[in-house]
Design a protein around this ligand. Sequence first.
Ligand code: KIV
Length: 273
Amino acid sequence: MAPVRRLTSSVIRARKGKRFPVITAYDAPFARCVEDAGIDVILVGDSLGNVVLGLESTAPVELDDMCRHGAAVKRGTSRAHVIVDLPFGTYQASDEDAVRASIALVKAGASSVKLEGGIDAASRIAAIVRAGIPVVGHIGVMPQTAGNTSGFKRKADGELLLADARAVEAAGAFAVVLEMVDADVARQITAALAIPTIGIGAGPHCDAQVLVLHDALGLYAHAPPFAKRFAELAQIATGALQAYASEVRDGTFPAAPSAVAGDEPVYVVSTPS
Ligand code: KIV
């Protein structure tokens, strides 16, 4: 049987003009759900810090965190393209740092890497691409630094954003995330670029959309206003755990063993496959 090939950055680039979904994932079982749902582009975002590690911001996320979770997502999938974020501090200082950190992510399982920045990040993007690693850009609101700089307010300076987007494309990125960009500006950028734009809170005109998994599945009470909740998984999980707790308390679970000792099915640790 021919080996299953992972979706490449060139295939994603060629989706320009065709709408497609992207979503974050951080572990093997949810990555499996994403792939089973027919979504073949997964972002292991450094939003990991907020939604999985319980941090206040993405700034403390380490390269080791991204490697570990990127590897888990890769193990939980067989065909999806796995974009992994370069965390804060791994690429700001030099092109060499950026290439070294990107290589670590690829060794862990990343199909490509993503970094924040426009014109100022162009040299980093070009260096990583020269090292043979596909790159996704990220402009508009940039959460790694937004807390200390311009904040999380929507960006609408069309000229600046278009210049950033063009610089990211010229540097060799195969796609660019537009986060919290004014919808009309996002439409203009999408029309001006040959690479796909991936919008988050940037309106309906981008080529692709990305959401944070925990927002889309309703795992937290609060989510950004642009994030649609497609399920209420926290409620379902809490209900299931209440049922478990009550069955333990009233003795319904576990049931008395039906098999003769030594004759039980073999115990196998759960895995996503
Ligand atoms: O870290 C992340 O999840 C992201 C998305 C919000 C685009 O960068």
